[in-house]
Write a protein that binds this ligand. Structure first.
Ligand code: SF4
Length: 330
């Protein structure tokens, strides 16, 4: 019943009405208008242009969500800010939960997100419903993206062929965690880039001067083959007990400036970089994209409550939940 109320604009269906049979990657454009928050935006081919909102959007009406399918991971990184591990929880029935949200919360184009990034806790590709999750977002007009450590793409006996096919069909982009201790990401990069046309971003953690040197080397080696280098500062959360140092930030600014002047691949930084960016005592960082501020984005945890939290760094603070009592049928 509720699903019949959806007025969400599905770009592909619109094009089909005009006799055009679009490739799934013709993202087209979408728009939102929420005058009560002084907010309007236009989304075109994965880029959002927005007016400055007078006040934050409600947690259920953001443009962008990180999405957690669970806290299980096939790696055990020393700095994992979500504390994911091999026996971590896998949230069940995630496809039904996503459909519930489209039917009851995101039923209108002015409240539905433009995009999601799956994998805010744990490794999303090992979730048994991962492919169906990508498909479900796509079928409801929301572009799925995801972050992965890449390990599954190095395992010929896994369902990596199906995953890369679904990625190519449904996703806006894939972010590979390219960090020194991850021995899988390079092989995963080769596999994904050889078997799909998907945009690949590299996520790199800036912590100390050694990590900045690693980032600099990777920027040179992969320049022009990667869509965006995304630099995320180390934060003290989960298994990580340290933050990025000031001297690492200062060195990073030089590396990013050099990349901007001489390289082909663009650079973006995570929202957690803002304290350093606005610090007048630090060198100016210009000409980079900054990831969505929390004013327009939140974190969706598909657990038994279906919760929205401020960000993937803060999964304990619940801003909204679909069910106060845990719903065990989910
Ligand atoms: S940082 Fe990412 S890859 Fe590493 S343990 Fe955590 S979720 Fe897994």
């Amino acid at each position: 019943m509720l699903s019949e109320m959806r007025t969400f604009v599905n770009v592909h269906d619109d094009l089909k009405c005009w006799g055009v049979d679009p490739h799934p990657k013709d993202w087209g454009w979408k728009s939102r208008n929420n005058p009560e928050y002084g907010y309007a935006s236009i989304w075109h081919n994965l880029i959002t242009i927005r007016s400055k909102a007078k006040e934050p959007l409600p947690p259920t009406q953001c443009e962008f969500y990180d999405v957690s399918l669970g806290k299980m991971c096939n790696m055990y990184c020393p700095f994992c800010y979500t504390n994911a591990y091999g026996l971590g929880q896998v949230y069940p029935n995630v496809v039904d939960k996503i459909k519930y949200l489209f039917d009851n919360v995101w039923y209108d184009k002015n409240v539905a997100p433009y995009q999601v990034a799956i994998g805010s806790e744990g490794e999303p590709t090992i979730h048994p419903d991962f492919i169906e999750v990508l498909k479900t977002f796509h079928e409801n007009g929301v572009v799925p993206n995801y972050t992965t450590n890449g390990k599954i793409f190095t395992e010929p006996d896994s369902n990596r062929d199906e995953i890369v096919k679904a990625t190519d069909m449904y996703c806006g982009g894939v972010a590979l965690s390219a960090n020194e201790h991850n021995t899988y990401w390079r092989e995963a990069f080769d596999f994904i880039s050889q078997t799909s046309n998907i945009k690949i971003n590299l996520h790199m953690i800036a912590s100390d001067l050694n990590s900045i040197k690693y980032i600099q080397d990777i920027m040179k080696e992969y320049d022009g083959r990667v869509w965006t280098y995304v630099i995320l500062p180390l934060v003290a959360n989960g298994r990580s007990k340290k933050c990025m140092t000031d001297e690492a930030y200062d060195a990073l600014v030089k590396v990013i400036n050099e990349q901007r002047e001489t390289g082909k691949t663009q650079v973006a930084v995570g929202a957690r970089m803002y304290p350093w960016i606005i610090d007048p005592d630090r060198p100016a960082l210009t000409g980079v994209q900054a990831h969505e501020p929390e004013m327009f984005s939140k974190n969706l945890v598909l657990d038994e409550h279906i919760r929205i939290t401020p960000s993937s760094f803060d999964t304990r603070t619940t801003l909204w939940q679909a069910f106060d009592d845990p719903k065990i049928f989910f």
